[in-house]
Design a protein. Structure first.
Length: 68
């Protein structure tokens, strides 16, 4: 019985880690909801956008030129 409950806890932890789910606890109930991503790729200040990549490349080039 103890081994079965330990496997259940590990299985639940793997499930909650692998999927974008969140547990929300309140006084009387527990709610399991699916999280939504709020990524904004394409905006000028995000690291994955073209402007962000271009800015990062130039910043690294300036640093390398300064240090070497």
């Amino acid at each position: 019985m103890k081994k079965l409950s330990m496997l259940g806890i590990i299985g639940g932890a793997i499930l909650l880690t692998a999927t974008p789910l969140s547990l929300q606890w309140s006084q009387k109930n527990v709610v399991l909801s699916v999280d939504s991503a709020d990524a904004r790729v394409g905006r000028p200040l995000t690291p994955g956008s073209v402007a962000g990549v271009n800015r990062r490349v130039h910043r690294r080039a300036y640093r390398r030129a300064y240090y070497y």
